[in-house]
Design a protein around this ligand. Structure first.
Ligand code: GDD
Ligand code: MN
Length: 375
């Protein structure tokens, strides 16, 4: 009978991993096998595991991981249903591991796996708390960014991030890094968990200023599948930075609301003025503005404020119907109060603005409790 079979614990560390690689993935089925092969190659000789965190991808990513996991105990899959989000996927992957060092890496082979051992060693040696794969130190490059727009977004984001960071990082937007697991776990309750920028969130939220090293690394073009980063992810990022600066006093969700609400007010006023210029009466113009604002607010809240609970398919339509019904109540208040004001003062701008603000406040209250309620 072996030591493992007799009910006694194996000798300390006999089968525990020294490093856990967390790979968030969504629709990366074609990349799973090459990803595991790359990790086997660069981590040979270490005790490692890889945890894919998949948000129930329709392309069968989780099945592809399970197929490998059946014959390779290095490989595991955490599968989340009804949830989306890179940052929260990374957090849950880290929390599911027990290795002293965790590494985070994209599942699309854009991060250069050859740099992974250096990142791990910088943390495992005790020299740093966090080691970051940087595209902007000598030897790194950014060739994989799809186009000039992505380059501009990336550079703008880096500047914004550097303005608020407690440590110097040339590439705070990197999604390729290693960290002490205990530091990550200790910081986890303070993380925003929205959007893409988990590294920035970690550095900004850590209880003490972390010791950080940068390792030059390239960012390769994507071979299979497509990027999930879009402009709305950037909005979430800006919101997260504001959230951190406000020290948690303004919750991210509220700021998402405020942002969407402000856009709704602008849409409302723009359409109202447009219709008015075309000769519409106040009530018609106000209805036109209100309806456009409702649609914009629904769409933006679904994509930004509630990206993590995003309604799709049949639930999108029932959610929209519910949203419209409840907003109509707000809209009657909006147009009613606005036109009272208009009658009393014969003044368009203020009347419309007061009505619009009332409609927006109502929308806030409703959307959080009824339409996108936590399940
Ligand atoms: N579980 C889960 N859920 N994974 C996700 C989600 C999600 O909602 N969205 C994206 N991912 C996974 C992707 O499948 C991929 O493995 C990884 O997260 C990165 O997503 P991409 O969509 O490929 O991002 P990118 O290539 O545009 O962005 C990269 O560059 C940024 C810097 O410009 C990433 O490396 C980012 O981490 C990095 O910050
Ligand atoms: Mn990518």
């Amino acid at each position: 009978m072996s030591a493992q079979d007799d009910g006694r614990a194996p000798p300390p560390g006999a089968c525990a991993p020294d490093v856990s690689v967390i790979v968030p993935c969504y629709n990366e089925q074609a990349n799973v096998v090459p990803m595991v092969q790359a990790l086997r190659r660069v981590l040979a000789g270490r005790r490692w595991e890889v945890i894919f965190v998949d948000d129930n991808s329709p392309d069968g990513t989780a099945e592809a991981v399970a197929a490998i996991a059946r014959s390779d105990a290095h490989v595991r899959c955490v599968r989340r249903i009804g949830r989306r989000g890179l940052s929260s996927a990374v957090i849950e992957g880290v929390l599911s591991s027990c290795a002293p060092v965790v590494a985070v890496m994209d599942g699309d082979l854009q991060h250069d796996e050859a740099r992974l051992p250096d990142l791990i060693d910088a943390v495992a040696s005790g020299a740093s708390d966090i080691a970051v794969g940087s595209r902007h130190v000598e030897g790194g490059d950014n060739a994989g960014l799809a186009n000039a727009w992505r380059h501009a977004l990336s550079d703008g984001g880096i500047r914004l991030a550097q303005a608020v960071l407690p440590v110097r990082l040339t590439d705070p937007m990197s999604g390729f890094f290693a960290a002490r697991r205990d530091l990550f776990v200790q910081t986890a309750p303070r993380l925003s968990a929205t959007g893409f920028k988990i590294l920035l969130d970690l550095v900004m939220s850590a209880p003490q200023r972390p010791r950080v090293t940068e390792v030059a690394c390239g960012f390769k073009p994507r071979l299979a599948g497509e990027s999930k980063l879009d402009t709305l992810v950037l909005i979430q990022f800006a919101t997260m930075v504001l959230d951190k600066l406000a020290n948690g006093w303004l919750p991210t969700r509220f700021m998402g609301f405020a942002f969407v609400g402000a856009v709704g007010v602008l849409v409302n006023l723009a359409v109202l003025e447009g219709l008015r210029a075309l000769g519409a009466g106040f009530v018609t113009a106000a209805w036109g503005g209100t309806i456009c604002a409702i649609m914009t607010n629904f769409w933006m809240n679904n994509r930004v404020t509630y990206a993590d609970r995003r309604l799709r398919g049949a639930r999108l339509w029932s959610g929209l119907a519910l949203f419209v019904v409840v907003c109509l109540v707000g809209a009657f208040a909006n147009v009613g109060i606005g036109s009272q004001f208009h009658v009393a003062r014969h003044e368009w701008g203020h009347a419309a603005a007061i009505g619009a603000v009332i409609g927006v406040v109502w929308n806030y209250a409703v959307s959080s409790t009824l339409v996108w309620r936590a399940r």
